[in-house]
Design a protein around this ligand. Structure first.
Ligand SMILES: [Fe+2]
Length: 288
């Protein structure tokens, strides 16, 4: 894959690449902008190091990928309705954190965000990494028989962590991020294809995740559980993954249409702060 204005270093055999030679605080040339968009399609998640971005510059760069989508159920940053502060304070210990299970962002929306951008501001001395999974490869590694069975299936997604069921009563959650709970709107189920066609790459990706996908369409949760559990477990082969060690000034951009990710919660006692935006996506398209 040829890039004219950036240099690209792959992180693993599966997905993830670090982009070098760009200062995102300055206006991008047309060729650098096109290269970065192409790198996201090629590598599914891209990383930049040592960037110095104001919230305005973070918003400006996010627009490279499309119009912004406001994050639902999470309190926005003061003065910036399109940015949320992903924050855990040093004194918030033994709690559940944002993104601490495998998921594709807000997959329960009619039009889930196509991309998310996360910018590191305060990063613990160790821990707090994020992992991604390549959901094209997860799909491609299934047997022909399983692919045939999944073809045409839809699964029901819902925003249960924000809904009336909420999180278990005994689970402590972070107060710093400001997540809205008990909103009946979030309990609404949305059917999305189990195998979705990526509009830019033309490839098929598995599109179910353990936070938001409750069951297959026209099936009960109990009936769906064994196959969903199998698929979740299948996706987690280390060969499909990459893991990113954050530093202040790191920026990650990922494609929610063909990846899942997981925020590791292993940094109790340290403050961790990142700014997050997301880009409007389309209604997932069924792959035939
Ligand atoms: Fe997430």
């Amino acid at each position: 894959m040829g890039y004219q204005s950036i240099s690209v270093e792959k992180m693993t055999g599966s997905l993830g690449a670090e982009i070098k030679g760009v200062d995102l605080s300055r206006p991008l040339s047309n060729s650098a902008a096109a290269d970065i968009r192409q790198a996201l399609v090629d590598h599914l998640v891209i990383f930049f190091r040592d960037q110095k971005l104001t919230p305005e510059q973070h918003l400006e760069f996010s627009l490279l990928f499309g119009p912004l989508q406001r994050v639902p159920y999470v309190r926005p940053m003061e003065g910036y309705p399109d940015i949320i502060a992903v924050l855990k304070e040093a004194d918030e210990k033994k709690i559940s954190t944002f993104g601490n299970a495998w998921h594709s962002d807000f997959s329960f929306l009619d039009e889930p965000p196509m991309a998310s951008l996360l910018y590191g501001i305060e990063i613990p001395g160790h821990g707090g990494d994020t992992l991604w999974i390549n959901m094209y490869e997860a799909y491609e590694a299934l047997s022909d028989g399983m692919k045939r069975m999944l073809r045409g299936l839809r699964a029901m997604h819902n925003g249960r962590p924000y809904g009336m069921g909420g999180v278990p009563k005994d689970l402590r959650t972070s107060r710093s991020i400001g997540i809205e709970r008990n909103n009946p709107d979030a309990d609404r189920e949305i059917a999305h294809p189990v195998v979705r066609l990526h509009p830019e790459s033309g490839r098929k990706a598995l599109f179910v995740n353990s936070i938001y996908t409750g069951r297959f369409e026209d099936m009960s949760e109990a009936e769906s559980r064994p196959l969903l559990d199998y698929l979740y477990q299948h996706c987690l082969r280390p060969e499909f993954s990459c893991r990113f060690r954050w530093q202040p000034g790191s920026l990650a951009v990922w494609d929610n249409r063909c990846t899942m990710h997981y925020a590791v919660n292993d940094y109790d006692g340290s403050r961790r702060l990142l700014h997050r935006t997301q880009v409007q996506g389309e209604k997932p398209v069924l792959a035939d």
